[in-house]
Design a protein around this ligand. Structure first.
Ligand code: GDP
Ligand code: MG
Length: 181
C-alpha cells in the first residue's frame, strides 16, 4: 500500500565454476537475452548489472559477478566473495572434470565466503549447464548427492544456449535472497 516506502536493494550474486562451463554466457543471457557461440577468454573480474522491479514497492539492483579468466586458479580472492548475498556454482554436463571442479569451488566458497550478518551461509544454487548436448557424463543421482552434501538450495539442468531455465533459476535464487531482506 501507499504507506509502504519504496525500497531499492542492491544484491551481489557471484557465479563460479571451471572455465568454459557457460558462466559468462549465463550472465549475458540473463541480462540481454542474447547468446554468442564464439568463446572469448575474458580476464579480470567483471560484473553485469540488471534492475528488476521485484514488487510494487521493491526494486532490485542485481550485480552479477563473473570470475572472468581466473578459473584456472580454482580459487578466488576474498574480495570477490565479499558481501555476496548468493552464489551460483556451475558445471558442464558434458565434461566430468567440471563436476569435480564444482567441488573445489564449493570448498573455496565455504572457506572464504562471506557469511551473512546473522552467521548463516548464503544461498547457493547448483547449475548443470549444456543440457542441450547429448554426451552427458554425470548421473542425476551424483548431482543430487552433491547437492545435499553441501546444502545447495537446489539444482537444475540449464541450457544457456537455448535459454532453458535461465530466468527461472535466477528467480528461484533471488527468492531465497529476498526472504532474508
Ligand atoms: P565461461 O568460461 O564459464 O564464462 O564460459 P562461456 O560462457 O564463455 O562459454 C563457453 C562456451 O560454451 C562458449 O562457446 C559458449 O557459447 C558455450 N556454451 C555456453 N552455454 C552453453 C549451453 O548451454 N550449451 C552449449 N551447447 N554451449 C554452451
Ligand atoms: Mg567467462
Amino acid at each position: 500500500d501507499s504507506e509502504c516506502p519504496f525500497k531499492e536493494l542492491t544484491i551481489k550474486i557471484i557465479i563460479v565454476g571451471d572455465a568454459a562451463v557457460g558462466k559468462t554466457s549465463f550472465i549475458q543471457r540473463f541480462v540481454t537475452n542474447a547468446f554468442q557461440s564464439n568463446y572469448k577468454w575474458t580476464v579480470g573480474v567483471d560484473f553485469a548489472l540488471k534492475r528488476i522491479e521485484w514488487s510494487e514497492n521493491t526494486a532490485v539492483k542485481l550485480q552479477l559477478w563473473d570470475v572472468a579468466g581466473q578459473e584456472r586458479f580454482s580459487n578466488l580472492t576474498r574480495v570477490y566473495y565479499r558481501d555476496a548475498q548468493a552464489c551460483i556454482v556451475m558445471f558442464d554436463l558434458s565434461r566430468r572434470d567440471t563436476f569435480l571442479g564444482a567441488r573445489r569451488w564449493i570448498y573455496d566458497l565455504e572457506n572464504k565466503c562471506a557469511n551473512l550478518k546473522d552467521g548463516s551461509s548464503i544461498p547457493c544454487l547448483l547449475l548443470a549447464n549444456k543440457c542441450d548436448l547429448s554426451q552427458r557424463q554425470i548421473y542425476q543421482e551424483e548431482i543430487e548427492e552433491f547437492c545435499k552434501e553441501h546444502d545447495f538450495i537446489g539444482w537444475t539442468e540449464t541450457s544457456v544456449k537455448e535459454g532453458q531455465m535461465v530466468k527461472e533459476s535466477m528467480k528461484f535464487l533471488l527468492e531465497a535472497v529476498m526472504v532474508r531482506c
